[in-house]
Design a protein around this ligand. Structure first.
Ligand code: KG4
Ligand code: ZN
Length: 353
């Protein structure tokens, strides 16, 4: 069975073809991605209307590319899948519209996928897929959650951010330091040259006794520290010497990473589960990976990541999640081609009771 999946929830247009055979882990045949980063960079963040228009421009050429890379045609497709939410409404409508139009034209069923379930299941696309059950650390631009995952469609929330997401903390701190959008990769590159101990930034909710996160105060602490430095050097924050900005970037990253690592280990200890799955854009962060690897090795816990290129948004994770839902019998595609999108959509709404 071939599943053609579409991702268009934010600033990446992703299309992918996944093959489902019996009980085997579904296999990625081809995927194509267009990132709008260059387009949004001039505005310092995603402009929703521009995002939607660009998805429209990219989605069909990317579909042609995926089919040609896989040596297949539209006639070979058995199921269409798209991201239904959460995300930007106008952007989501593009993938939803294309998938449903193709489904109607081909007479094939269509399946609506939760974006975070796509991230959660993306490590199944790697050479070393996890086994259920596991603890998942979901760290993206919009979400920071620890989940207990017992199987496809069996998700319980253990803790989440009460304000900013981890990716948002990276992005907003990076902006303060004059780094380009998206800030996460830029801040982590700058941090490589810095000393994380140069500044003592807060570790929010580290000792809260629960598995929730809070990153909004950290951004304020970074801003206050940056302003203090700028004032004493009599310059703008962006004009601070590179080594000073690198130290501040390293201290910011260290604070975010320490909280994520400690809370992940607490979640593992509390659930007694032996596996951790890390997913979402911040999962690409090198410092986070190094520290999680070290901490998990010490606690004899296996840790799984998606391939680096599949940490951030992509179509492969959407086609994969659809294939795994079909395989587990949780969902059959629908031949009703009227569609809606869910810009806000808690992952737990997917649970089968
Ligand atoms: O999962 P994703 O592509 O989109 C959402 O669903 O939000 O995550 C994007 C987020 C952005 O905040 C970006 O700055 C962050 O992931 N990110 C990183 C890195 N690569 C992407 N943050 C820290 N280090 C990175 N290497
Ligand atoms: Zn995402």
């Amino acid at each position: 069975m071939l599943v053609l999946g579409y991702e268009s929830s934010c600033d990446e247009t992703g299309v992918a073809l996944v093959e489902l055979r019996g009980d085997d882990v579904p296999r990625l045949l081809a995927h194509a991605l267009h990132s709008q980063i260059d387009m949004h960079q001039a505005y310092g963040g995603v402009v929703p209307e521009l995002a939607s228009r660009d998805h429209i421009r990219r989605v069909l050429p990317l579909t042609k590319q995926v089919l040609s890379d896989a040596g297949r045609t539209l006639a070979d497709i058995d199921v269409l899948a798209f991201t239904r939410g959460p995300g930007l409404a106008g952007a989501l409508l593009v993938g939803a519209g294309v998938a449903c139009a193709l489904g109607a034209a081909l007479g094939k069923p269509v399946l609506a996928v939760h974006h975070l379930e796509g991230h959660l299941l993306s490590p199944f696309l790697s050479a070393d897929p996890p086994e259920f059950p596991f603890v998942a650390l979901l760290v993206s631009g919009g979400h920071t959650q620890l989940m207990r995952v017992d199987g496809v469609g069996s998700y319980s929330l253990l803790g989440e951010t009460i304000d900013d997401a981890a990716g948002e903390a990276f992005d907003k701190s990076a902006k303060l330091l004059g780094l380009p959008y998206p800030g996460g990769p830029a801040l982590s590159r700058l941090a490589e040259q810095g000393d994380p101990r140069a500044f003592n930034l807060p570790r929010p909710l580290l000792k809260s006794g629960n598995l929730d996160f809070s990153f909004a105060g950290l951004k304020t602490a970074v801003m206050l520290q940056a302003r203090k430095l700028a004032l004493s050097s009599n310059c703008a924050v962006e004009a601070l010497p590179e080594p000073v900005r690198a130290d501040l970037a390293a201290a910011t990253q260290a604070s975010i990473v320490e909280v994520l690592v400690k809370k992940s280990l607490t979640a593992l200890a509390e659930t007694g589960l032996p596996r951790l799955v890390v997913a979402g854009g911040v999962g690409a962060n090198r410092c986070l990976r190094e520290q999680l690897n070290a901490a998990c090795a010490k606690s004899r816990v296996r840790v799984h990541y998606p391939e680096l290129q599949l940490c951030t948004d992509n179509g492969a994770m959407i086609a994969m999640a659809a294939a795994m839902r079909l395989q587990s019998g949780q969902q059959t595609g629908s031949a009703k081609y009227a569609f809606d999108v869910k810009p806000r959509w808690p992952l737990e709404d997917l649970n089968i009771s």
